[in-house]
Design a protein around this ligand. Structure first.
Ligand SMILES: Cc1cc2nc3c(=O)[nH]c(=O)nc-3n(C[C@H](O)[C@H](O)[C@H](O)COP(=O)(O)O)c2cc1C
Length: 389
């Protein structure tokens, strides 16, 4: 006989305020997108762990992501998950290119949901940045050749421009190839739904395949998918529309974008023929029309040798401006490490969600830590309750 089920916390998950009448916190207030409700606004950022076997999640992912759900994160977005094998960044990325990969993700998603958190997942195609070693493998992060399990001969992008001489020389996708890859996104989205994922994030940031179409710094096509902004947006919008068409209407759909390539100095500097915040706003407006719920506002990753103006909350201005100008919900991300910072971003209407990455790796109980810092009394996991005070 089971003593208790993993679903024991479900009706009152960790991270929910114990006395909501006294709680002025937005961070610790529920938020609903379509019919998906997160019990607080803290989101675990997608973080590739380079620990899958042939794209299959395993016990590592259950333990790692499970602990974050147990300790009160409202939403957990599982790491960049490749829509086809050559869409991985490293050989150890998670994938959803075959049906067998559904079950291990389903197990993690069910555990996350049983703790009362929203199970999310990011779909990705690594494009010209693929075929790299993982940081802690024997090869390190260098380009992998075929005999090492890489696919450098088969890296694809909007154009044939490599990121630099340490990355693969990609092949520009033909229009037929693009249809093929679009179908891979659609098939992977269907599998994510079957796995119980309730929030799907499309990765169109960080220099990966969709970003390589958006940015004129990479995309040098001369057909209807290159040149003008309208043309550069075309393929990512086609992919996202196709995914949206198969993604259940009641489930949430997010897009992560790089708000700018940071080619020129200055957060809001213009890069008309490349990629900047002004083009991101136009993209976000179109995504809103497609039915995308939330824009996750990251930046960079497309060009080599960029000096990023990194510091606490450094990407929040992107979220603020996209939220205001495109009239769409946003998630802010990037060096948000304190409860008070997260709370003020929401109070100042600069985002609807706060997405936290590395701080969750330092402190898997960041949601509980943030609550303590803000003086909000929140539920702890039943099993840990005796350690709360
Ligand atoms: C180990 C690690 C893996 C990451 N993997 C992904 C990923 O799979 N997809 C993605 O969009 N961003 C990825 N990122 C970026 C994070 O999602 C996040 O945007 C970034 O770390 C900035 O947030 P932070 O300062 O809170 O860590 C990764 C970051 C780290 C540290």
């Amino acid at each position: 006989m089971a003593l208790f089920s993993a679903a024991e916390n479900k009706s009152f998950p960790a991270g929910t305020p114990l006395d909501s009448s006294k709680n002025g916190s937005l961070l610790f207030s529920p938020i609903t997108t379509k019919s998906v409700t997160a019990h607080n606004r803290i989101v675990v950022a997608p973080m590739g762990m380079c620990s899958a076997n042939n794209g299959y999640m395993n016990d590592f992912h259950l333990a790692h992501l499970g602990s974050l759900a147990l300790k009160g994160a409202g939403t957990i977005i599982m790491e960049a998950t490749a829509v086809e094998p050559r869409g991985r960044v490293t050989p150890h990325d998670v994938g959803l290119w075959e049906d067998g990969q559904i079950a291990p993700i389903q197990k993690v998603a069910a555990f996350i949901k049983a703790q009362g958190a929203v199970p999310g997942l990011q779909l990705n195609h690594g494009g010209r940045k693929g075929s790299k070693g993982s940081p802690f493998s024997t090869t390190g992060m260098r380009l992998l050749h075929e005999h090492e399990g890489g696919w450098s001969h088969d890296a694809v992008s909007s154009s044939d421009l490599p990121m630099d001489d340490r990355h693969a020389k990609p092949r520009a996708l033909t229009v037929d190839d693009m249809l093929f890859v679009k179908q891979k996104w659609v098939d992977a989205a269907r599998r994510a739904d079957k796995a119980g994922i309730e929030l799907l994030q499309i990765h169109s940031a960080h220099g990966y395949l969709l970003h390589s179409f958006l940015s004129g710094n990479v995309n040098n096509r001369t057909d209807q998918y290159g040149g003008s902004l309208e043309n550069r947006l075309r393929y990512p919008l086609e992919v996202i529309k196709a995914v949206r068409d198969v993604w259940p209407a009641e489930k949430s759909i997010w897009v992560r974008l790089s708000s700018t390539d940071h080619k020129n100095d200055g957060t809001f500097s213009k890069d008309d023929n490349g990629w900047d915040i002004y083009q991101s706003i136009e993209y976000a407006k179109k995504l809103k029309k497609l039915g995308v719920d939330v824009i996750d506002c990251s930046s960079g990753g497309c060009l080599p040798n960029i000096k990023y103006p990194v510091g606490p909350l450094w990407q929040v201005p992107f979220s603020e401006i996209i939220k205001r100008e495109a009239g769409i919900a946003t998630s802010a991300v990037g060096l948000i490490t304190k409860g008070a910072e997260a709370e003020s971003i929401l109070q100042e209407n600069k985002a609807d969600f706060v997405c936290v990455g590395r701080q969750f790796l330092r402190d898997s109980g960041f949601a509980l830590t943030a609550a303590r810092e803000l003086g909000v009394s929140v539920k702890w996991p039943n099993q840990f309750e005796r350690a709360r005070h």
